[in-house]
Design a protein around this ligand. Structure first.
Ligand SMILES: Nc1ncnc2c1ncn2[C@@H]1O[C@H](COP(=O)(O)OP(=O)(O)OP(=O)(O)O)[C@@H](O)[C@H]1O
Ligand SMILES: [Mg+2]
Length: 506
């Protein structure tokens, strides 16, 4: 096997905390390597070192058997190493094409920016990735899933030999995943080397040739993908035997907590194409209602509408706890007992420049204020409670949330909303980026919250997840409810069939 990139004895510390410990890794030409590990295991950190983002590490890097040192990301790029980041790194107020070409803009023979050519090239890339957005659209106006595809386009623009993909599918739907896989297989045939991080093990089995498992910054296993079982991998990641928890039978209450009637959400620009069409459903106290749909089906917009984000273009009635409501802002929604954990945690879920402790206490300040003053002691108590119950991997209370691993950031977001003890909890892709074991912990938590009387509405693009947590499932397609199932009758097939848009059946 010809090795393209190799690292030896990589150790990386963050202010005293060891994130990687003597890691060795070899990436062969034409191979897809799965990099696996629980949240906080060190996966993203390793990719960042191999792409020149962190250079204050110990150990050596070899590119085609030559020892190299990166002093900045550009050094790696120049060698043909590119990375698709876990956290989207696009600039919202630039267009899609400007983002794709950022830092390597094309100029014409007079030295002026060649906007037409960049737009054209971007259009081709997006077409290849089957994303129907204009190169001139502002990135900030795109949904997370679309942004993720733009990230992918950006990485494909350079003819890289080594490509790192850090959870590239965490926000995209199944059909986009298929497109991406086709592209990865093509890159593989061309002799590129790919490292692929994902918590979705099925993807890894479908895609990877080799695997490497990290646990607490160390390599604890490596080998050939089709020679290991799913269970073996999971135990290797966790370093312990894992028990899968079965959902306990429970009776929902008769009390109707939320009632949605004839909800229509207009398209902000095109009145002919409403985003939500005549949505009606009920949610009982303590019930978990799963909402499934493909990307663009209107799932996120439904949550946002309930949360007071679109009141100007929304019609229909929303009744919460027997009171008809029409929230004009999220603040109103929160005051009336709604909580919303959004899909895009970086944009809406966290205050990146604040500590983990502050992020948790932020939405419940009244609980940590004593006689008009912020009580550090109460704040710490709150912090400890959630870090323990959600098993959040964090160095200390003062660590900035942006320095937590992706999955652990997600847990903090959950913690801060749970603490508000809402009547209705809206969760949009609650386990995005969360490792398999921690997922089970979160499922258990959701079930516990429901048992305590909180009504939960969960949007997820993973059918197994929807099946694992819901009491009842609604399928959305092109803004309409196309099916509803009780959990006893729901199957993967039935759900899939219900979510295929009519326009694709023709
Ligand atoms: N900039 C930073 N400052 C301090 N600690 C950090 C920083 N970046 C990462 N860490 C710590 O290093 C460890 C590894 O983090 P990393 O992001 O590599 O995990 P990961 O395996 O990618 O996890 P996930 O699956 O959640 O994305 C974690 O304990 C994290 O808290
Ligand atoms: Mg990561």
């Amino acid at each position: 096997m010809e090795t393209l990139l190799e690292v030896r004895n990589i150790t990386k510390k963050f202010s005293g905390v060891t994130a990687l410990n003597s890691v060795n890794l070899r990436l062969g030409r034409g191979k897809v390597t799965a990099l696996i590990g629980e949240n906080g295991a060190g996966k993203s950190t390793l990719l960042k070192i191999m792409s020149g983002i962190y250079n204050d590490h110990e150990g050596e890097i070899f590119f085609k058997d030559q020892a190299i040192q990166f002093s900045r990301p550009k050094d790696a790029q120049d060698l043909g190493i590119s990375i698709i980041h876990q956290e989207l790194n696009l600039i919202p107020y630039l267009t899609v094409a400007q983002n794709v070409f950022l830092g390597r803009e094309l100029v014409d023979r007079f030295g002026f920016l060649d906007q037409d050519k960049m737009n054209q090239k971007t259009r081709e890339l997006l077409h290849k990735l089957k994303l129907e957005v204009a190169p001139g659209a502002l990135v900030g106006s795109l949904k997370v899933g679309q942004q993720q595809i733009v990230e992918i386009a950006k990485a494909l623009l350079t003819e890289s030999e080594v490509l790192f993909m850090d959870e590239p599918t965490s926000a995209i739907g199944e059909s986009e995943v298929d497109v991406l896989f086709q592209i990865i297989n093509q890159l593989k045939e061309e002799g590129k080397s790919i490292v692929y991080i994902s918590h979705k093990l099925d993807e890894l089995f479908a895609l990877a040739d080799d695997f490497v498992v990290l646990r607490d910054g160390r390599v604890v296993g490596k080998g050939i993908m089709n020679q290991i079982s799913r269970d073996e991998l999971i135990s290797m990641m966790a370093g312990r035997e894992i028990q899968v928890i079965k959902k306990s039978e429970k009776k929902s209450s008769d009390k109707r907590m939320l009632r949605i009637q004839n909800l229509w959400l207009k398209h902000p620009k095109n009145p002919q194409r409403p985003i939500l069409k005549d949505i009606s459903f009920d949610l009982a106290e303590g019930e978990v209602l799963g909402i499934y749909g493909l990307m663009g089906a209107g799932r996120t917009e439904l949550c946002e509408s309930l949360f007071g984000l679109h009141h100007r273009i929304l019609t229909g009635t929303i009744t919460l706890d027997n009171k008809e409501t029409s929230f004009k802002s999220p603040i109103e929604a929160i005051q009336h007992g709604l909580a919303f954990v959004p899909e895009d945690r970086k944009k809406d879920g966290i205050v990146a420049g604040m500590s983990v402790g502050k992020n948790i206490s932020l939405t419940v300040l009244e609980k940590v204020i004593k006689r008009g003053l912020l009580s550090k002691k109460l704040e710490s108590k709150l912090y400890r409670k959630h870090v323990e119950s959600l098993n959040i991997k964090v160095n200390d209370e003062k660590q900035f949330i942006r320095n937590l691993s992706g999955g652990n950031q997600q847990k903090v977001v959950l913690a801060k909303w749970i603490e508000r003890n809402p009547k209705v909890l809206l969760l949009d892709e609650p386990t995005r980026g969360i490792d398999v074991n921690a997922k089970n912990e979160i499922y258990e938590l959701i079930s516990k919250l429901a048992t305590s009387g909180i009504s939960v509405l969960v949007v997820s693009s993973e059918i197994p997840e929807i099946l694992a947590i819901s009491d009842r499932i609604i399928v959305l397609s092109e803004g309409q409810i196309t099916a509803e199932f009780g959990i006893e009758e729901a199957t993967e097939n039935k759900i899939m069939n219900a979510c295929i848009p009519e326009s694709m059946n023709k």
